[in-house]
Design a binder for this molecule. Sequence first.
Ligand SMILES: O=C(O)CCC(=O)C(=O)O
Length: 255
Amino acid sequence: MLTTEQCDFFQRQGYLILPGAAATELLQGLQTAALAQLAAAAAPLEYEADVHYPGSPLDHQQPGGHTVRRLLDAWSRAQVFRDWALQPAVIAAVRQLLGEPSVRLELAHHNCIMTKHPQHSSSTLWHQDFRYWQFRENNLISAWLALGRETARNGCMRLIPGSHRLQLDAARFDQRRFFRTDCDDNRALMHQAVRAELQAGDLLLFHSGLLHAAGRNHDSNVKLALVFSYRSAGNTPLPGGRAAQMGCIDPAQPA
Ligand SMILES: O=C(O)CCC(=O)C(=O)O
């Protein structure tokens, strides 16, 4: 169970780090499975060249054009990923933070292994995950499990504490709904950013409205994180959207 202080911290700041959330044996299983999936480069994949972020190869024909950015649909890739996603401690934390007894794991969003390679990585600009998500409420939680160390050097997440509670006008975002850097009010917020430096096995829980960004990987090893997103059972996807099509998992009734 999370403490009252942890819950209050999440409500105020929009994120919470749980050190050592994955026990050693499970973590090793997750690392091994993630590396095997990366080596096999099995579809569905998203490449650096697909995201068009600063630093991405321009297309698949450029050097690094087949650098994997995300191994999509982690849920279907290995039992060990499913075991992690439904860990009682993870589900209990999400339930507590959402204040709802019944939660769902979303298959359409995140549900991936994020990879960041040293040679061809890109920066993720400031954004809120909810920008393209279609649910009744902007109140989902993503669980980002570091499978290795995450530091400023290899492109760890940066977060703007409390930004999930701000009402941000659409004019403060660009056409791709990234938070504009040419706006003084935005820059003032960016100065408040904190780094989410993590050790392997640490879990970063963050709100779907939290502004976050991440840098490139200037280290020599690939960075890997396993990410799933959760919502309360009542916060259903809007009809016609991707989440409505792809469905969800009820942790109380695993397949
Ligand atoms: O590792 C990164 O570059 C951050 C990815 C991210 O923020 C996202 O996929 O929403």
